[in-house]
Each structure stands twice: as structure tokens, then as C-alpha cells.
Design a protein around this ligand. Structure first.
Ligand SMILES: Nc1ncnc2c1ncn2[C@@H]1O[C@H](COP(=O)(O)OP(=O)(O)OP(=O)(O)O)[C@@H](O)[C@H]1O
Length: 764
């Protein structure tokens, strides 16, 4: 092994971190001084805010670079050499020469794709492993077989580095994989942002981690578009979002909104839970139709009529008048609340006409005595009448989505009786399955935001006037500055001023954009926000109603959907991509597969595959990249001794380093938690604890060094998609798996497990 090579890389890394420190210090100073600056006037405040936002983003990226900043080097056949980094960093010279290139840059691609067969111009690829700021290992791959230079670090570099990453103890948080992205994953990460891309793959094939790196790549490659519109990542539950939450910040990207479906209706916190059957009914697309009809039910007419007391005599609003007004309002095609003024005006007009006919009638049959001004006066009085408005409110009430859905759930209509009974609820907290209903209701009702829009327009006009002032001043100073120069140097007239390239309106718009919070923050607070790109993880779990919500949030249909229909646990989930996508994009979507299991060793995968094969004999699991030589175990327990047996198994299996999960049906949790002091469990378990207790649905998407699956028979029988739940539970381990069961071991688990009887269990 060449110490000279080591030393050279160490010197480079030391210099690189020194540069990082300088950049970080510069950004910190800029942020601090901008924050302490007292900005007077709108313009100065805007400039300060832009500066702080820009420099804070840079700071986040620099902080992200602290660990594993540089992880590779590319030596090209033509002599060029580039170091690869988690973020790109340039030297402080006139040309701003790159010190490390960002892993997302085009020039970095051969690091992931080059092979001996297709070297992409590379001579050598080097993997650099560091701990903190110290180089701990170098692995070189020779890609140009005519190259005879050797460094002593050659070997099957890529495999060594990948296997070391896969074997490492888990921390309860997902890590980035920039050092070891595989070619099939790289192609997905860098696929065009346009259209819908479906990434399917069995457990552990890297779907989640690839989707996260794709978000980072898209933000890099289409920064202008996506930083403004934002990227939304949807995950199945808060624990999962916490698990993946550090990957993007570690890649220097902080402007992404991570959310569960339950968090996608601003102002509503979905803390309740539905039964699986109720969630399934709420998730059906038929709910959209039921809600639409329910809204129409709220547009009523009196039968036969209503008398309204008025200063100028009693008014009668009869059925025909109301029907006429309702038809006119519906004909506008506007949502309920926005169509309401049309209904109200028609009613007011009709009542005014009624009044005018009565008051101005010529007893001798001649024309009406009242002129247009008199009728206008009468109309005003009708329009201002509280009694008239009360009647309009009853017939066509203003409704909020929350009101509508609360009332719908209390008395569900337009559904089969059995479905209505399943979802009937009076009061209680909102549930995640209610959120798509609220969103649907909001669409059907529309928001009457005319007052807010008028205020916004007035503010915009003010900003334009202000920007015009700024441009005028800039123009005036230009004449002084350049007049003389033009005489001396004709080129000077080519110098562009702000006034040449931007008008007041554009300038005001730019400042408007700069003035606001980050796209992710704005998007989180705005139900109608249209994202630049949406990534959905565990996409197979989402209901038809949820897809309606998500498609509304992404009118451009720039989406990445990752999932595995074989792992669908939610009864409301979809069985096929076609079923999900057909209503929105027809067959215009791309499907791609990941076929290698990076997580689960072959020994465990053999057991898990048995569960799927019981349902589908032709089932083929993704091939495992590793095997550990450790056979998974099944332990029988006496029915009255289950918790103690589980605790004993946990004690036996707990890894020295890393994490262990007990995956058991939720009904067993209180009993098991009592026997597992220190285990984290509940709706949002802390995954960084040594031992966590989860139900199979909570385990979705997560991974642990060791997994103990409890009562597989109950998991199988627990839901119509019980086999999928058990498959998920069994495929969470990176190293070891144990199964604890009372009664007979389910038939589908007979293969691959070393079986122990209850007697061999040592006391916990
Ligand atoms: N190229 C890679 N280099 C290093 N680790 C990788 C690579 N690809 C995947 N992994 C690791 O494999 C594990 C499984 O990845 P991930 O969770 O993304 O799989 P998944 O397909 O989403 O699984 P599931 O469907 O079971 O949730 C993770 O620890 C991930 O970091």
C-alpha cells in the first residue's frame, strides 16, 4: 500500500476542509452582519432578506459537507483529474477552479457508470473513505487496461466500499449513498423531470434512497424551476419521515417539503385513526361523487315558498323563483361558494321585481309608475335586508370544507347503507383518510378570496410604483456615469443598465418572489400550491381519493412514484400502477424496476419469499447482494409466556452496535412493552433507540440490524392484506431475523427457519 498516495490525498482533503472553513466563516459573517443591519425602507429589507436566505442556504450546504465531503477521484485518460464531493467547492482563484465537483454534475457521471467494458474516458476511479477529516482508505479501480501504473490500492473497489456500507450498523436514520450509487440507480436518479416515472422494486432495492437522491439531483439540475415551485415528498407516516429526514440536508438540500397525506390540508392536524374498513370506504373514488352530490343537496329551494318581512311589505320567495336562481347559479359552473353570489343576485332581483310590481302597479292597468331610479332604490333596500340574507343563507349557505365534511360524516349520503354506517362519525379528531375528503370539499366549495385578491393587487401596484422609482433613479445616475465614457470609449455604450433589461413590473415581481419564505414553507401553508415535482414513497398504499389530492398539487404531472404492489398493506391502497395513473395520464408514464436487494441478506429473503409464494407460486424476490451465513430462527412460545419469550429473544439477538425492532400486531404491544423496558413504541416511536416496538404497518420502509417478528399467524390473519404485512415485517432486517410464535408456525414460514421449541428458551 502506497503511503505516498495516502499522504497526497490527506493533504488534498486537509486543504479542502480549510477552504470549506473559510467559505463557512464568510457566509456566517455575511448572515450575522445582514441580520444586525437595521434596514429602513422596503427595498433595503428585501435586499437584506434575499442575502440572508441565499447565505443561509449556502451555510446549510457547507455544514452538510462536514462529513464525507470528498469521497472519490476520477482520473481521465486525457490527464484531467477531478475529486468528487457531496457538494461542489471552488478554489479562491480568478477562474474559481473546482476543487471538488458536485456528485450531480455531468462530469461526475463516469464515477457511477463507467465499467472496464465502457470506461467513459476514465483511466482510474478512486474511492476515498474518510473519518472526519482523516483519510482512512483508498480503493482504486483500473478502467483502462493498457494503463500499467499501480498505486497499491487496486482491488474490487466498488464491491468493497458498497459491502462495507451495507454491513454497517444502522442508526435509526437513513444515510445518503453518494459514494456507492449503482448504475441502475444512477439512471433513475438522473432521469428527466418531465412526466410520471414509476420506480418499482422489491424490499430493500433502494427505492426510497434513490427517490431522495433524485430529489437532490432535480433540485440541482432544474434549480430555477424547482426552487421556486418546490418539491414535495410524501411518505407513509411521521416515523418514516423522521427516518429519511436527514438524507437531503446531508446533501445540502433543505428546501424540500416532507409530509404525510394527513398533513396536506393546511390548518388541519389529523390525529385520529379510522378502522381499516372505514379508511377503505373513505379512500374510494366514489366519495368524490358522493361529496359533489352532497354539496348540490345544500343548494335548496323552498316548498312552496317563504314569506319575508320587509319595510315595504311582505315578500314571497316561491319555489319557481328559487329554482330559476339556482339553475342560473349552477350554470356558471363555479364551485358552490363562488356561485353563491349569482344565486343571491338572482333572488334579490326577483324580489325587487316583485316589490316594484306591487308598489308601482297602476290600478287602471297602465304601465308601472316606477322609473329605473326608484327600482334601483328598492333593490338596494332588498339587498341590504337582513331577513332576505338569512333566507339566502338557508337556501345556499356559505360552507367551509371542515363544516361540509363534518356534516357529511355525521349523516353520510349517496353511499350504500353499509358503507355509510362504516364511516358515520359525530365529532372526534380528523383522521388521515379525512384529509383527501377535506381537499375534495375545498375544491367543490371554492374559496371566496375576492377581498384578499383585491388587497393583493393593490399591494402589487404599490410595489410596481416603487420599482419604477428605483429604475428612474438608476437611469438618472446612468446618464451622469456614462456620458463622458461614451466619448472616450465607444464600447461603454454597450454596458447595460438595470432599466435596459427589466421593467418596473418585472422588477416588482422579482422582489415579490424574494420577499417570501422558502418555497417549502409557503407550499406547506397553501392548499392550492402547485409543486414543481412530487415524489411519493410507498405509493402503493395511497387511496384513489389521495391520488386526486396529489394530482391537484401537481398540474404538470412531474412526479416520481416509488413502491411495490407486493407490499401493499392498506386495504384502500391500489393493486396496479395502471389503476392509479390511468385517470390522470392515460398510458403516458414510464415504468422502471430495481432488481437487487441491498438490505436483506439471502438467508432472510428465502424465508420472506415463502410468504409471497403461498399466494403466487411464480413469485421471484429481488436477488440479495449479500448473505451473512446466519440462519433466521423461529422460536415457539407457550401462550402464557409470549412476552417473556420475546424479551429473551431480544436479549439473545440484540446487536452490540445498531438497532433492533420487535414487529408485532398492535394488540400485543401493551403486554410486550411491559416486558421490554426501554423499548420505544406508540404512534411516533423514536427509531434511534436501541429497541423499538412496531406494528407491521409502522415498520413499512424502515430497516434495522435485527428484527424479531412476533405472532406471524396473527399478522397474516390481521387484515385482508395480511400476507403483504408479514412480508414487509420479515424484510426489515439487514443482519438477523427471529420469529416468535405461539401455536403452530404458519405453513408459509416452514422454509428457511431454524426452529426451536419453547423449552430451549433461557429466561429473560
Ligand atoms: N447504492 C447503494 N449504496 C449503499 N447502500 C444502498 C444502496 N442502495 C440501497 N442501499 C441501502 O439499502 C437499504 C434499502 O434501501 P431503501 O430503504 O431505499 O429500499 P426500498 O426499496 O425503499 O425498501 P422497502 O420497499 O423495503 O422499503 C438502505 O439502507 C439503503 O441505504
Amino acid at each position: 500500500m502506497s503511503t505516498e498516495e495516502f499522504q497526497k490525498e490527506q493533504e488534498f482533503i486537509t486543504g479542502l476542509y480549510a477552504r470549506l472553513d473559510d467559505l463557512r466563516a464568510e457566509a456566517e459573517v455575511t448572515v450575522q452582519s445582514a441580520l444586525t443591519q437595521v434596514a429602513s425602507g422596503q427595498q433595503a429589507k428585501l435586499e437584506r432578506d434575499v442575502l440572508v436566505a441565499e447565505q443561509s442556504g449556502l451555510l446549510a450546504a457547507f455544514n452538510a459537507g462536514e462529513s464525507g465531503l470528498c469521497f472519490g477521484r476520477l482520473d481521465f485518460q486525457d490527464g484531467r483529474q477531478y475529486h468528487m464531493g457531496r457538494i461542489g467547492i471552488r478554489q479562491n482563484d480568478a477562474d474559481r477552479t473546482p476543487l471538488v465537483v458536485d456528485w450531480r454534475a455531468d462530469i461526475a457521471r463516469p464515477f457511477y457508470l463507467a465499467t472496464g467494458y465502457s470506461p467513459m474516458g476514465l483511466r482510474r476511479r478512486r474511492h476515498i473513505t474518510t473519518e472526519g477529516r482523516t483519510v482512512t482508505a483508498l480503493h482504486d479501480e483500473i478502467l483502462d487496461l493498457t494503463d500499467t501504473t499501480r498505486t497499491g490500492h487496486e482491488g474490487s473497489a466498488a464491491d468493497t466500499v458498497l459491502l462495507a456500507a451495507l454491513d454497517a450498523a444502522r442508526s435509526g436514520r437513513m444515510h445518503d449513498i453518494v459514494q456507492t450509487i449503482q448504475a441502475e440507480q444512477d439512471r433513475i436518479i438522473r432521469a428527466s423531470h418531465q412526466g410520471v416515472l414509476v420506480v418499482e422494486g422489491g424490499p430493500g432495492t433502494g427505492k426510497t434512497v434513490v427517490a431522495l437522491h433524485r430529489a437532490a439531483y432535480l433540485l440541482y439540475a432544474y434549480r430555477d424551476l424547482l426552487a421556486r415551485r418546490g418539491v414535495l415528498i410524501v411518505g407513509p407516516n411521521p416515523a418514516f419521515l423522521a427516518y429519511i429526514g436527514e438524507v437531503l440536508p446531508s446533501l445540502g438540500e433543505t428546501g424540500v417539503l416532507l409530509a404525510t397525506v394527513g398533513e396536506l390540508f393546511p390548518g388541519v392536524t389529523a390525529t385520529g385513526t379510522d378502522t381499516a374498513a372505514a379508511a377503505e370506504v373513505k379512500g374510494r373514488s366514489a366519495m368524490a361523487d358522493a361529496l359533489a352530490r352532497y354539496v348540490r343537496d345544500r343548494q335548496t329551494v323552498p316548498d312552496p315558498g317563504i314569506e319575508i318581512e320587509h319595510d315595504d311589505g311582505t315578500l314571497v320567495l316561491d319555489r319557481a323563483m328559487a329554482e330559476d336562481a339556482r339553475a342560473a347559479a349552477r350554470q356558471t359552473g363555479l364551485p358552490h361558494n363562488l356561485a353563491r353570489p349569482h344565486f343571491a343576485f338572482r333572488i334579490i332581483d326577483a324580489l325587487t321585481e316583485q316589490l316594484a310590481d306591487r308598489i308601482g302597479a297602476d290600478p287602471y292597468g297602465g304601465p308601472n309608475f316606477l322609473g329605473p331610479d326608484d327600482i334601483a332604490q328598492l333593490g338596494k333596500a332588498v339587498a341590504l335586508s337582513g331577513d332576505v340574507h338569512a333566507v339566502i343563507d338557508t337556501l345556499w349557505p356559505m360552507l367551509t370544507p371542515q363544516q361540509l365534511v363534518t356534516e357529511f360524516l355525521a349523516e353520510p349520503a349517496h353511499l350504500a347503507h353499509i358503507d355509510a354506517e362504516l364511516i358515520r362519525r359525530t365529532g372526534g379528531p380528523w383522521t388521515p383518510a379525512d384529509v383527501p375528503l377535506l381537499d375534495e370539499a375545498a375544491e367543490l366549495l371554492g374559496e371566496d378570496d375576492s377581498a384578499a385578491r383585491a388587497a393583493e393587487e393593490a399591494e402589487r401596484q404599490q410595489r410596481i410604483a416603487y420599482a419604477q422609482g428605483v429604475l428612474d433613479v438608476a437611469y438618472a445616475s446612468r446618464t451622469y456615469e456614462f456620458e463622458d465614457k461614451e466619448e472616450l470609449d465607444k464600447d461603454a455604450s454597450e454596458v447595460l443598465g438595470a432599466h435596459d433589461i427589466v421593467d418596473a413590473e418585472r422588477m416588482a415581481e422579482r422582489h415579490e418572489e424574494a420577499d417570501h419564505r422558502s418555497a417549502a414553507e409557503r407550499a406547506a401553508a397553501d392548499r392550492t400550491w402547485a409543486f414543481g415535482h412530487i415524489i411519493v414513497d410507498e405509493a402503493q398504499e395511497l387511496s384513489a381519493m389521495t391520488w386526486r389530492l396529489l394530482m391537484r398539487r401537481c398540474p404538470t404531472r412531474s412526479m416520481t412514484l416509488v413502491g411495490d404492489p407486493a407490499q401493499t398493506g392498506d386495504p384502500a391502497g391500489c393493486d396496479s400502477w395502471r389503476q392509479i395513473l390511468d385517470p390522470y395520464v392515460g398510458d403516458r408514464w414510464e415504468h422502471t424496476r430495481l432488481g437487487v436487494n441491498y438490505r436483506t441478506p439471502a438467508e432472510i429473503m428465502r424465508v420472506a419469499a415463502g410468504v409471497r409464494r403461498a399466494e403466487d407460486p411464480a413469485f421471484e424476490p429481488p436477488g440479495s447482494v449479500r448473505s451473512t451465513g446466519v440462519r433466521p430462527r423461529a422460536r415457539a412460545a407457550r401462550a402464557d409466556d409470549l412476552a417473556r419469550t420475546v424479551a429473551g429473544t431480544v436479549a439473545d439477538e440484540a446487536p452490540q452496535e445498531g438497532r433492533l425492532a420487535v414487529v408485532a400486531p398492535a394488540a400485543l404491544h401493551p403486554e410486550l412493552a411491559a416486558a421490554l423496558p426501554g423499548a420505544s413504541y406508540g404512534p411516533t416511536p423514536d427509531l434511534t433507540r436501541d429497541v423499538v416496538l412496531l406494528d407491521p404497518r409502522q415498520a413499512k420502509g424502515l430497516e434495522f440490524d435485527t428484527v424479531v417478528v412476533v405472532e406471524p399467524g396473527q399478522i397474516l390473519a390481521g387484515s385482508p392484506r395480511g400476507a403483504n404485512d408479514l412480508y414487509v415485517a420479515l424484510t426489515r432486517a439487514t443482519q438477523r431475523l427471529a420469529v416468535v410464535h405461539t401455536g403452530a408456525l404458519p405453513e408459509c414460514l416452514r422454509e428457511g427457519l431454524a426452529r426451536e421449541s419453547a423449552q430451549t428458551v433461557r429466561p429473560a
